[in-house]
Design a protein around this ligand. Structure first.
Ligand SMILES: [Ca+2]
Ligand SMILES: [Ca+2]
Length: 70
């Protein structure tokens, strides 16, 4: 399997992310769940803070061709 195919297969599907972020399981993501979901996705070391490296990952995802560049 190529590295690209491997990366694609490792990326979680939107439905999986939705289920993870919907903490109370009510089939909706409220503001708190969204904030916690996004924050938790980038606070990779679970320090309770986004450090510069983690913020760089967020910046990459927000930029062109990033995760949120739809
Ligand atoms: Ca919910
Ligand atoms: Ca952190």
């Amino acid at each position: 399997m190529s590295a690209f195919a491997l990366a694609l297969s490792a990326a979680p599907a939107a439905a999986d992310i939705f289920g993870d972020w919907d903490a109370d399981g009510d089939a909706g993501i409220n503001e708190g769940e969204l904030n916690q979901g996004v924050f938790g996705s980038y606070d990779r070391d679970e320090s309770g803070e986004i450090d510069e490296t983690e913020f760089g990952d967020l910046d990459d995802d927000l930029g062109d061709h990033g995760l949120f560049d739809l």
